[in-house]
Structures are given as C-alpha cells and as structure tokens.
Design a protein around this ligand. Structure first.
Ligand SMILES: C[S@@+](CC[C@H](N)C(=O)[O-])C[C@H]1O[C@@H](n2cnc3c(N)ncnc32)[C@H](O)[C@@H]1O
Length: 444
C-alpha cells in the first residue's frame, strides 16, 4: 500500500481480531488516523500498531466522530496512591464497609467451591481492581484462609495459592507490594506455619479485556470496581454533535433519556466484555463474587445514585460562574461511571450465558459510611470525609480533563463540594450489588 506522499507501509493482517501493523513516517500518521477509526495500541518512533474492530472494518461509514477513550482512561484513571492524608488508602472506608457486608456471600461461595471438590494442588485467585491500601488484600486473605482451614478439616493437604492482584497500569502497585511481607506473616500467624505457600503477583491491565491464560482461575473477586466504565459513553463525546448533560458530571434527574440510555448501553457493553473475558479464564465450576455500586430501584436517577454527583456538578458550576473554568469544558466532562439496576445485571449475566447466578443481593451502607462506622454524626464531618473519598477516586480524571497541574483548582472544587453538601439536608443510603456466579460447563 502507498500513502499520499508515496511512502510505502506494510500491513500484517494477523487474524479475525484484526491486528494491523503499519510502518510509516510520523507525518503520514494523521492520514491513516483520519481514514480509519482505529485504536493505537503501541507506538514508537517508526512503528505503530493498530487494533481495528471488525465492525468498523465491515462498515464504510462511521456515524460518530469520536476518539477512542478507553486507552486514555487506562492511562489516566487511578486512585490517589501512597499513604498520605489524601490517598485512597486513607479514604476508602466506604469501600471497606461494603467489603465487610459482602463477606457472607464471599464465604459461602468459597465453601461451596470446596464442597464441589476444589481445590486441587494449586489454587488460583484473582482480585480485579485491587487498588492500593488496606482493602487490597482483604478478599485474598479471606479466600485463602477458608480454603486452608477447610482442607485441614477434611484431612487434605492445603493447596499452593497464587493470588493475582489486578488494576489499571497507573495503580500504586508499589504500596501494595510493600504490604506483602506483613500480609504473608499475618496469614502464617492466623493459620499456622504450614499455611501456603501463597505467591502474589501484580497484573496491570484492564479487566474489560483478557488478563489471564485460558482456564487458569478458580476464584475471582472484584470489589467496588465494575461501576467504572471503560470510557465515557461515545454519544457524549461525539466531536460534531455531543450529547450535552448541562452542568452535570453524571446522570441526574434533569438528564435527558438519551444521556441515560448512552450510559446504560456503555455499561451493558463493558459488563458483557468483562464476562466474556472471564469466561475464557475461569475453569468450569469456578466462582466469581463481584461487588459494585448499583441500584435497587428501576428509576435510572434516584437520589441514592445521583445526589453526590449533583453536589459535584454544582461545585463545578460555581467554578464556571467565577470564570475559573470555561463552560464548554464542564459541558464535555462526564464521569465514566454507572450504577446498574439489579435486574439489569441479572439479565446481562443470563444474556452472556457463561455463568449461572448463584445469588444476587443488594448491600447498603448508611449515609455517613465514609466515616468508617464511627457514629460521630455531624454533617460537616461527613461532608469533609465524603469530599476526600470522592477526590481520592476522581482527582486524576478531573485534572486530566481540566488541565493538569493545578492542585488549587481541585482544592477549591472540593471546598465548594463540602459547603454545598453542608448547606443541603438530604441524606441517602449508599447501595451496592453483590453477585455470586458459577462458571458453567463449556458446551462446545
Ligand atoms: C474504588 S476502587 C476499589 C478498590 C478496592 N477493590 C476496594 O475495595 O477498596 C476501584 C478500582 O478499580 C480500578 N479499575 C477501574 N477500572 C478498571 C479496569 N478497567 N481494569 C482494572 N481496574 C480497574 C481502579 O483503578 C480502582 O483501583
């Protein structure tokens, strides 16, 4: 093939998933990028690899002019690392409360797996979206502990464990790795010196794609992650005609049905991609326990899903009216987040077809759950802690969209968030879904 200026480039068509390799001078890149809607997966000075989805190869026109954002999301999105005052590690008490409330479902799934004849000599566990901080290893400790005890009770030799901790590449894996010696020590103290061995590794990458070899996992856990979409829905990013969710950063009561549908459709695509990837990786009979923010109500914009995002939207609007950010910048900022309705989650699992639902429940934490269960109810304290928790999760994305280095801008945003929350009097419970599924026997 020839580019406009006559330089040649090679194309390797590798298989049906369509991996192309172009070798082109840099100046020709934009021509290729404009003529194909492609996903750049690797670059260096002379070589660029693209992944072209089959649907795009087969269509002659594209309806929307959007840039792929899932790669961008993978690069940008991360919880605030380290162990400082503003870190996720110190501001993840709500997530910890959800973990505790989902523990019964987790325990039951592990016990059922033992009853069904697992584990074998080696037992492989993945925690998807482990982040960093005190929650990262909680599920792994619980799962390995139960299997070790159960094996001992049954007079079997406990298996060797492999624990794979996954998160996006920007995650602070160093903090997690630094905590591993005390994790190993704690397991031996609790379960005896014959515990393990337990090999722990980090697996950076998106759980919306493949992360592990086929049929290699016995148990998958994911806590407080699957409400994070792979990208902002494309309809809200169409360069020529974006859906505008005026003054909001997420679904709200005033959002148009088109905005709500776009979010729902992105969730369905992502959740299906997640299930498909795991269906290749989890052995038949293997289990997954997934816990993520969701709705117990069919209403797509109940206060319990939207209130905190509304406060954040109002804080952004104040920054616009003070001239600190352009209105257009706010209009194009949307959070890649969705709270699915329980029955929609069940329907997606059934539609994808690889896993059977063993149990699906909602778990609820109180309005002030971010205070760590301490009943020090005082709206100002709750607002401050809530602001810190939301900031630890969202700051990287906010700074990437509104322009990088300005910490003061983020400080102001969250001061406003706190004040808006204190001035209001509404309280909502925070709801999550926990679902326990079993990998079906392969039908092929
Ligand atoms: C709110 S934190 C939950 C962390 C931890 N599981 C807990 O319970 O505290 C969500 C985590 O999911 C990760 N995450 C979001 N999207 C992801 C993706 N596509 N692939 C892997 N990790 C992802 C984020 O980076 C973040 O660390």
């Amino acid at each position: 093939m020839k580019t406009r200026e006559g330089s040649s480039y090679s194309i390797f068509y590798i298989n049906k998933s369509c991996t192309f390799c172009f070798i082109v001078p840099q100046r020709d890149l934009y021509i290729l990028l404009r003529s194909l809607l492609v996903f750049v997966i690797q670059t260096d000075s002379t070589r660029v690899s693209f992944w072209v989805p089959e649907s795009i190869l087969n269509s002659s026109t594209t309806e929307m002019v959007v840039e792929d954002e899932s790669n961008e999301m993978q690069k940008v999105f991360h919880m605030k690392g380290g162990l400082g005052e503003e870190s996720y590690a110190l501001n993840s008490k709500s997530q910890s409360a959800y973990l505790s409330r989902a523990m019964q479902v987790l325990d039951q799934a592990v016990l059922d797996l033992c009853t069904a004849g697992f584990p074998a000599n080696s037992f492989n566990i993945a925690d998807l979206g482990c982040s960093s901080g005190p929650n990262s290893l909680v599920a792994a400790a619980q799962i390995t502990g139960i299997i070790h005890q159960k094996s001992s009770q049954l007079g079997r030799t406990p298996p060797e464990f492999s624990v794979f901790l996954n998160d996006l590449p920007g995650n602070d894996f160093n903090t997690v790795f630094n905590s591993l010696p005390s994790f190993q020590e704690k397991l031996k103290t609790e379960h005896g010196q014959d515990f393990g061995p337990c090999y722990v590794s980090g697996v950076p990458g998106s759980f919306y794609g493949r992360l592990f070899p086929s049929n290699s996992l016995h148990f998958v856990h994911s806590g407080q992650c699957l409400h994070w979409l792979s990208q902002v829905p494309p309809e809200l990013r169409d360069k020529q005609d974006p859906l505008i969710n005026k003054g909001k950063v997420f679904i709200s009561r005033t959002s148009s049905p088109a905005v709500i549908d776009a979010y729902k459709s992105q969730f369905q695509k992502d959740f299906c991609a997640f299930l498909q990837a795991r269906s290749e990786e989890v052995v038949a009979g293997g289990r997954m326990v997934l816990q993520f923010r969701g709705r117990r109500l069919e209403d797509p914009a109940p206060d319990e899903s939207c209130l905190l995002w509304d406060y954040l939207g109002l804080a952004f609007q104040e920054l616009v009216s003070e001239g600190l950010i352009p209105e257009g910048k706010l209009d194009t900022y949307n959070t890649p987040y969705y709270e699915a309705f329980t029955e929609d989650v069940r329907a997606e699992i059934e539609r994808e077809g690889s896993f059977a639902v063993d149990c699906l429940e909602t778990i609820v934490i109180p309005w002030d759950g971010c205070n760590g269960g301490v009943k020090q109810y005082d709206r100002a304290t709750t607002a401050r802690n809530m602001g810190k928790a939301i900031r630890a999760v969202n700051e990287a994305m906010i700074r990437s969209h509104f322009g990088g280095g300005d910490v003061e801008f983020v400080d102001r945003l969250f001061q406003k968030f706190g004040r808006i929350m204190v001035d209001d009097s509404k309280e909502v419970e925070h709801v999550s879904i926990v679902v326990s599924v079993i990998k079906k026997q392969s039908t092929v």
